[in-house]
Design a protein around this ligand. Structure first.
Ligand code: AFP
Length: 353
């Protein structure tokens, strides 16, 4: 029944001809890792790898067995092919050197093997996020080689492990979605050239952090919540899955805005999400689909990374809403807006000292 449909292999071979022809083979290896992870995640409690390990990763987050397994799947599937100069992962403190016995190539692969894994025990969609950079030379990558702005990504994507498994990919020519046909084992192009609607009436944010947000974000969310009776003159809906892949996937499918903004919960952390393997690849996918992605004060893809596991504020999705929130940040920073006052944060609020 699926004869004649475009498979992921056909797509990447056709879309990476020329300058990036070796990247096609790498993407096919990434897809193989994704199928392995999908099979494990799909087994749920039957996999024997549910639950936490007694260790934390570089982020200070408790590692789950399935995080480690997903990490291993990506390393083993991608290290041998001769396309890579190195890999880096959320789950490893320092970049991974390609073992001596394998040839080296010029690409760098950076990934979050299982984003949202704290949701895996409750059977909510989770995902793998990846980003690919190209170096000018082949050979072992130095740590500094990974610290490149998102504008230099040559490919980015995510896999979502939900009711079905999908791989959503960009090689710089639009954002395209492939659905895993479990019978044939092929990823089939089902969502070519995804476009994020420019307008939306749906926002996603963890509002339990409201008291820690900056005024521009408080202003934006409060206006959305005011609905028809407020300045926006329209009712908004809110969603929060706490799984970035699921959130971004919804936005690619039907629009919306996702925010994990700067807050003052922990002044040492300028945001919650990681630049190199969460924000950058998602920003490239969203921009390639016609959306926008910002920290609130800078285009995410322009952020110059200082360290591999660096965190950034993330605001992405439908262009008009992201631009509105960027404007609110500018107005706040220049003092052009009237001070934003919410009943929760007013002079007599419980949250004031
Ligand atoms: P985990 O991979 O540790 O579960 O983190 C997932 C995540 O980084 C991202 O997918 C969510 O958007 C975000 O965390 C949710 O964070 P909160 O629990 O603070 O809402």
């Amino acid at each position: 029944m699926l004869f004649g449909r475009t498979t992921l292999s056909k797509f990447v071979i056709e879309h990476t001809r020329g300058q990036h022809s070796e990247m096609g083979a790498l993407l096919i290896d990434v897809a193989a890792a994704v199928k392995t992870i999908s099979a494990q995640v799909g087994k749920g409690a039957l996999s024997g790898v549910s639950g936490a390990l007694d260790v934390t990763n570089i982020q200070g987050e408790v590692q789950k067995k399935i995080d480690v397994l997903a990490n291993e799947a990506l390393l083993r599937h991608c290290e041998w092919g001769g396309q890579l100069a190195g890999m880096a992962s959320e789950e490893m403190d320092t970049p991974y050197q390609i073992p001596e016995q394998f040839p080296r190539g010029r690409y760098l692969l950076i990934f979050d093997p299982l984003d949202g894994s704290s949701n895996s025990d409750v059977n909510v969609s989770v995902g793998t996020i990846f980003s690919i950079f190209s170096r000018f030379t082949a050979g072992d990558a130095e740590d500094a080689d990974f610290l490149r702005p998102g504008t230099e990504q040559v490919a980015a994507g995510y896999a979502i492990y939900g009711p079905c498994t999908m791989l959503v990919l960009t090689v710089g020519t639009g954002t395209h979605g492939f659905t895993l046909d479990r019978e044939s084992g092929n990823f089939i192009l089902t969502h070519p050239d995804i476009r994020v609607p420019t307008e939306t009436r749906e926002f996603a944010i963890n509002s339990s952090n409201e008291r820690f947000w900056e005024p521009p974000v408080q202003r934006y969310v409060s206006e959305c919540k005011a609905g028809k009776s407020g300045v926006r003159g329209a009712d908004f809906n809110m969603r929060w899955i706490a799984s970035m892949v699921a959130e971004v996937h919804r936005i690619l499918m039907r629009g919306g805005i996702f925010m994990y903004p700067k807050d003052n919960k922990d002044p040492a952390k300028p945001g919650r999400l990681r630049l190199m393997y969460e924000a950058n690849p998602m920003a490239m996918l969203i921009e390639q689909a016609g959306g926008a992605a910002s920290t609130g004060r800078q285009r995410i893809l322009d952020v110059a990374p200082e360290e591999l596991h660096q965190r950034v504020p993330v605001i992405l999705g439908s262009r008009e809403e992201v631009e509105r929130l960027v404007r609110y940040h500018q107005e706040y920073d220049t003092g052009a807006d009237r001070p934003f006052v919410s009943p929760l944060f007013s002079e007599r609020s419980l949250f004031r000292d």
